[in-house]
Design a protein around this ligand. Structure first.
Ligand code: ZN
Length: 433
């Protein structure tokens, strides 16, 4: 009798485990073998259509990550050997770090600053809803109220951009210069994490970029809010990767020879002895001492997911920060295609370029708008928050020569993926006054 009960009990446990396995992993396995190879084929075909467009500016273009964390943050272990190879691999020229401060007295610079293998790093802080880069040696006093901190930093030549645009901010504060218009962290907040993790595990490291895109939603209310703020004054739109490389399971040796397991948010979860049971999991320590790594988010995946493309004279902090403040940048979902070469500009009566994205240009100097792109798609012209024109798909160029009024004009470029339009590029606006 007991044997029978035991048998049925273990069979039902096995059945439940199998069910759980199917629920958790079958969508990921389907993605791995059916959906992602199809998407990969489509995106390779799209990327092969690349044509270098004419250059409409003297400025150079640099790709950058503007909200990213390193070892200085309590929830990241990222060091140069994690960050720099990732940046090099996906063509990131600069990283403006936003580490969490250790206390109310926040000394800048700290952590990394300067050029590392050609990648420019500038330290900054994420606190009180700000991404800030003072761009000078200073101590930020976070015990002051937020508006005073913003006023002090901006008056001294630094940058205050609002992080996490889904959260409450003093939007009427006259000092902040920009806001996140797309953030991976914001986008992922409304997802159920277990299916996402199941998908990551089942679809494998090779499909990490497609797995990351599973959480993608167009941030329509944030974009609409940004449009409305821009009718009041210039608010620069930028993208945030919020990379920590911390949604992982890793292990390393402690000095006493035991093994420390580190889980999500870089939090130690257990310390164990090595044994015949776990030794097979471990490899030789890498440059950071890890002997086991199961990575969900990586710097490489984040940097390649969404990228800021800044027009600037040189790859230097003064030039990049100057053009960041002006809004001479656009953002692109780079894993879909590299948007280097994209440009949105205004032209005057003589057909000469009178301004580029981010600029404020007098109405009498704006006769038309021109947009060029290295890859084909659908252009959408947005005026004061409303789509006023949509081109056909598959276009490399776009012109608008209808009557131009005072107000704010920006461009979105969408591409077809699985027969659906998805946004690929968001430009900053040209302000016509
Ligand atoms: Zn962050």
């Amino acid at each position: 009798m007991i044997k029978k009960i035991l048998k049925y009990f273990s069979l039902s446990v096995l059945g439940l485990l199998l069910l759980l396995f199917l629920v958790l992993f079958s969508p990921g396995l389907w993605n791995r073998w059916v959906v992602y190879p199809k998407l990969e084929k489509q995106i390779k075909a799209f990327q092969s259509l690349r044509k270098e467009p004419e250059s409409l500016t003297e400025l150079n273009i640099y790709r950058g990550a503007l909200h990213s964390h390193s070892f200085w943050s309590h929830d990241s272990e990222g060091t140069l050997s994690d960050i720099i190879p990732a940046a090099k691999k996906v063509g990131i020229d600069f990283i403006f770090l936003t580490d969490h401060a250790h206390s109310n007295s926040d000394t800048i610079p700290r952590g990394y600053q300067g050029y590392y293998d050609g990648v420019l790093i500038e330290p900054g802080t994420e606190r009180q809803g700000f991404c800030t880069w003072p761009l000078r040696s200073t101590v930020i006093d976070w015990s002051l109220d937020k508006d005073t901190v913003a006023k002090n930093i901006v008056s001294d030549g630094g940058i205050i951009f609002y992080a996490h645009s889904e959260e409450d901010h003093n939007w009427r504060n006259p000092y902040y210069q920009g806001m996140e218009i797309y953030s991976i962290h914001t986008d992922i907040k409304d997802e159920s994490l277990l299916p996402l993790i199941g998908n990551f595990i089942a679809s494998g490291a090779k499909n990490r970029e497609w797995s990351m895109r599973e959480s993608f939603d167009e941030q329509t209310s944030i974009l609409a809010h940004w449009d409305s703020l821009n009718q009041w004054r210039t608010i620069v739109g930028f993208s945030a990767v919020d990379a920590h490389e911390n949604q992982n399971f890793r292990a390393r040796y402690l000095q006493d020879g035991r093994v420390e397991w580190v889980g999500p948010n870089a939090k130690p979860i257990d310390t164990v002895e090595t044994s015949i049971l776990n030794r097979w999991l471990f490899h030789e320590p890498d440059e950071n001492g890890w002997i086991f790594k199961f990575m969900i988010d990586t710097y490489e995946g984040s940097f390649n997911n969404v990228t800021n493309y800044v027009f600037a004279d040189t790859l230097s902090v003064p030039s990049i920060s100057n053009h960041l403040k002006k809004g001479n940048l656009f953002i692109a979902f780079k894993s879909l295609g590299d948007a280097k070469g994209f440009m949105f500009c205004s032209k005057n009566n003589e057909g000469k370029v009178s301004g580029i994205l981010g600029d404020s240009v007098e109405l009498n100097r704006v006769k038309s708008f021109q947009v060029v792109s290295p890859l084909p798609g659908q252009f959408r012209l947005i005026y004061n928050g409303k789509v006023v024109d949509t081109s056909s798909e598959g276009q490399y160029e776009y012109q608008w020569s209808e009557q131009i009024r005072k107000g704010v004009y920006r461009i979105e470029m969408h591409i077809k993926l699985n027969d659906e339009f998805v946004p690929w590029v968001y430009s900053n606006p040209i302000h016509v006054f």
